[in-house]
Design a protein around this ligand. Structure first.
Ligand code: ASP
Length: 478
């Protein structure tokens, strides 16, 4: 019997993304109030400080025809005599969102994302411990660790410099109309400083660190655990190494099973993102087009020129073959905007397609997903300079050096989750004395840029694994 030819996974994902864009555009969000949402708003009225007057007006709107976001916003503002704040409007909009068609499919995205998140911690534990136990000696571990860290710092710095060159030449912020940003809430500053983040790498309570998803602490503890396995007597060492190797095998099997659902999950996630953003995004791409282009151009040069040159000349592998090996993981990074959620696919692609050993990828990739973010680093630099230009500040060479250093730290500190980079910008803005309110300027296009920078983050991690593996004399498939 002739074997049925299967469409390759990356094509399936690409088809899913394209279909999702059409689906999302065909079914944009509409807004209306029904009795249930009205009751919810009434119940929560005190915590959101919704004025009585507005409630009366909202009651009149119950079961009206669903309308577009701008129309609905106009209606609720017009109908209420009190001036509603932006956060109150956002709250009412969120409650009145009406999109059955997205509802039919979004659950697939939710389940997929949950499953990816579910396996992050066990995957990190098993992969790091088995990787380190297989590395064997302290000398080997030190050497591989050092190479990895040098690669991370070098590429992130190169990414920032690329971003700075583009933003200084193109000057996307000069003379832009900032008025739209007044209607946005400024995101809160991260509650702890970068120094706290460093201190918190050593957890007081490891169970709590697992519970709170504190990746750096989890990685620190698992590295320690893996390392001291190599110091135990031979019986314990064999039992534990076998145990974690076996555990890692299981995690990779689960990963491969979950990957089968990627096209469905991606379809749900992207369709929802498009339905939520489509109208708004077009409006803001008009104003922020030059800024968006500057970020994208920087990301393109870093990922399609600088990193491939490193692959070619340092690792002596084919960048194109490695890119092909990574396609599914990169598309998943794009769709989820989360390097953490993509980690399982990144590992699968780097090991099975590019041929990097578990010893290297098990150690470098979980670390990379948490601390190595070239795309984010580049974006932080461009965004900071863009805000400076928009406010008419001229950042000199000293300030730009501060941007490089704080940008690097911010990218290390940013978690591998959606929009983490946006919140880190406040740290850089503070360091160079720019108004934090400037973040509101770049907010409207952050979601879309997040998709691109996350793909670059994952690409950077995967190139690092290949370069370190090659330098250790591994024979790869690329
Ligand atoms: N979403 C990015 C990531 O997960 C982080 C960021 O917001 O820049 O890699």
């Amino acid at each position: 019997m002739k074997k049925k030819k299967k469409i390759a996974l990356h094509w399936q994902i690409l088809i899913a993304i394209t279909a999702a864009v059409f689906y999302g555009i065909s079914f944009p969000n509409l807004y209306t109030i029904n009795i249930k949402t009205f009751e919810k708003i009434v119940k929560e009225k005190s915590q959101n400080k919704i004025p009585e007057e507005t409630l009366i007006k909202l009651e009149e709107l119950i079961d009206n025809q669903p309308v577009s976001k701008s129309e609905f916003t106009k209606i609720i503002q017009f109908k209420s005599s009190d001036d509603l704040s932006e956060s109150q409007i956002q709250y009412i909009l969120e409650q009145s969102k009406y999109n059955h068609e997205i509802g039919y499919i979004y659950w697939m995205g939710i389940l997929f994302l949950k499953a990816l998140k579910m396996i992050i911690i066990p995957l990190i534990i098993m992969s790091i411990i088995s990787g380190i136990a297989n590395i064997g000696s302290a000398g080997n571990l030190g050497r591989i660790g050092l190479k990895t860290i040098i690669y991370y710092l070098t590429t992130s710095t190169l990414a920032i410099l690329t971003g700075l060159i583009f933003v200084n030449i193109l000057k996307p912020g000069v003379g832009i109309d900032k008025s739209y940003s007044n209607s946005y809430e400024i995101p809160e500053q991260p509650s702890h400083t970068l120094f706290d983040t460093l201190l918190n790498i050593i957890p007081e309570n490891i169970v709590q660190a697992f519970y709170n998803n504190e990746m750096l602490s989890i990685i620190f503890f698992t590295i320690l655990f893996g390392f001291f396995i190599t110091k135990t007597n031979s019986k314990s060492r064999i039992i534990l190494t076998d145990f974690f190797n076996a555990g890692f095998d299981v995690m990779m099997k689960i990963t491969m099973f979950l990957i089968l659902f990627t096209p469905l999950g991606v379809f749900g996630l992207v369709a929802k993102a498009v339905a939520d953003q489509a109208g708004e995004l077009m409006k803001f791409l008009g104003i922020l087009g030059m800024y968006t282009l500057t970020v994208l151009a920087g990301l393109l040069i870093h990922s399609a020129v600088i990193l491939p040159l490193m692959l070619k000349f340092i690792a002596k592998v084919s960048p194109w073959a490695h890119f092909k090996a990574m396609r599914s993981a990169l598309l998943t990074a794009f769709s989820t905007s989360s390097s953490g959620a993509t980690l399982s696919l990144t590992m699968e692609s780097v090991e099975y397609n590019s041929g990097v050993s578990n010893k290297i990828s098990g150690f470098t990739l979980p670390l990379g997903a948490t601390v190595n973010m070239d795309g984010t680093a580049l974006y932080e630099a461009v965004a900071t300079l863009f805000i400076a230009q928009a406010y008419g500040f001229n950042l000199g060479i000293t300030e730009q050096i501060i941007v490089v250093i704080t940008g690097l730290l911010a990218s290390i500190g940013a978690a591998g989750i959606p929009m983490a980079g946006l919140f880190m910008i406040t740290i850089i803005l503070t360091a160079v004395d720019l108004p934090i309110a400037g973040v509101a300027l770049i907010l409207p296009v952050d979601r879309i840029l997040d998709m691109f920078r996350t793909s670059v983050n994952v690409w950077g991690d995967s190139c690092g694994a290949v370069i370190v593996a090659k330098s250790e004399g591994e024979k790869l498939k690329v």
